[in-house]
Design a protein around this ligand. Structure first.
Ligand code: ATP
Ligand code: MG
Length: 389
């Protein structure tokens, strides 16, 4: 008898001919996320992936936690694998299920035989195990219509697997099956959630952050690293590019009308993010913008910001309320870091009356006072890099 983790794929089941290559990516991602936890083996058969510990030291509980953060998984279970005969099934399943059944009354057993040579039919397997559980635990009752727990017996190629209760997986698609995109990451609540959201749909992430020392501190940069490291638990390692943004902001403040500061600054962010994205072989940008949340996120403002780039800009939070975003940030454990009070470059040089209905030609006229190319080039050349995992 051995304890394993049994994984059911998510939407992968829908992918027809691509399915096998999607599964390969999922297995690779699982391997990476478990690699520091001890020796294990991963096998796949019939839309199920199995993780089998290969040493006593394998950190099983931590592994369950890590599996819960891998995208592309609908659900997973702790299970035991036993020899394929009724004697072994009864001998090991009854004590193994003690904890899972201790706080419930009504249960049922379901059996699946993908190995049709097994001598008993599935009804008979269920009846025998059900009977043994009733005999051992007399608080239990069988209820096939409204069970509080379903014990599953799966007779497969090599072993019989027994488990009870599925843990919900992270859903989505395996990271790496949808291409790569560059997240513009601030220290706020929104952009880490946006990053997580797109990784969930299978995108591999690179990140870019704009820092304006001495207006922004080293701690603000640390905060961004900590946020990304939470996201990386789901997305895998994230290469981070930090762009020095001070000169650009100072030049804007010196030469442009105050009401356009934020918009012009955001246009510089997009230009630079696109450059970094191309360098990182990304096919899209991601931001944490949400419609109407602040002056620079009205539709006309977004259009003015967007017009400096030809790359698709993904804004997964565009239709979400702040409280919905906060709920996700709590779930992925970024909220407490996001609310640490270190200044982001967006909060220095903020105009008192920003334009909410900017016109592109006026914005461009304001920008004309700046050496756009030179500023972008110098900022890009001053970039520094970190790998966040
Ligand atoms: P967040 O909570 O993500 O900071 P926000 O609501 O504060 O978002 P803004 O400050 O207007 O909104 O920023 C909008 C988006 O621009 C952010 O979600 C992020 O994608 C990007 N952004 C803002 N500041 C930075 C920065 N310093 N570096 C990189 N990207 C940034
Ligand atoms: Mg912000």
């Amino acid at each position: 008898m051995k304890e394993i983790i049994l994984i059911k794929n998510g939407e992968l089941a829908l992918k027809g001919l691509n399915r096998s290559s999607f599964e390969d990516v999922l297995v690779k991602n699982l391997r990476n996320s478990l690699k520091s936890l001890g020796e294990f083996e991963i096998t796949k058969s019939q839309s199920t992936i199995m993780i089998e510990p290969k040493s006593e030291e394998f950190a099983f509980k931590t592994a369950l936690d890590a599996v819960g953060k891998v995208f592309g998984i609908a659900g997973f279970s702790r299970a035991i694998a036993v020899e394929k005969n009724m004697e072994s099934i009864l001998k090991y399943a009854v004590p193994y299920l003690k904890d899972s059944l201790k706080n419930i009354k009504k249960f049922k057993v379901e059996s699946k035989r993908s190995d049709k040579s097994f001598p008993l039919g599935s009804l008979e397997i269920s009846a025998q195990l059900g009977g043994a559980l009733l005999a051992e635990y007399n608080h239990l009752k069988v209820d096939v219509h409204e069970p509080e727990a379903v014990v599953m017996v799966e007779i497969r190629d090599k072993y019989a697997y027994i488990h009870c209760g599925q843990i919900k997986g992270a859903g989505g698609m395996p990271v790496g099956t949808a291409g790569r995109a560059e997240i513009l990451i601030s220290g706020g609540i929104d952009s880490p959630v946006a990053a997580w959201n797109m990784a969930k749909r299978g995108l591999k992430l690179s990140a870019v952050h704009f820092a304006s020392p001495p207006y922004t501190s080293a701690r603000a940069e640390m905060k961004v690293c900590k946020l990304l490291s939470k996201v990386a638990k789901y997305s895998g390692p994230i290469p981070l590019t930090i762009i020095p943004f001070t000169e650009i902001q100072e030049e804007i403040a010196k030469n442009c009308k105050e009401e356009y500061f934020t918009l012009i600054m955001r246009r510089f962010m997009m230009r630079l993010a696109e450059k970094v994205a191309l360098h990182n072989k990304c096919q899209a940008l991601i931001t944490g913008e949400s419609l109407g949340q602040v002056a620079s996120q009205t539709l006309p403002a977004l259009a003015v910001t967007n017009s400096v780039t030809t790359m698709p800009v993904l804004r997964p939070l565009i239709g979400m309320d702040k409280d919905e975003i906060v709920e996700i940030s709590r779930k992925i454990d970024t909220f407490d870091i996001s609310i640490e009070p270190y200044e982001d470059c967006c909060t220095v040089f903020t105009p008192k009356h920003p334009k909410t209905r900017p016109e592109l030609h006026k914005c461009e006229a304001e920008e004309a006072a700046l050496d756009i190319e030179g500023l972008v080039e110098r900022a890009f050349c001053g970039a520094t890099f970190k790998m966040i995992d």
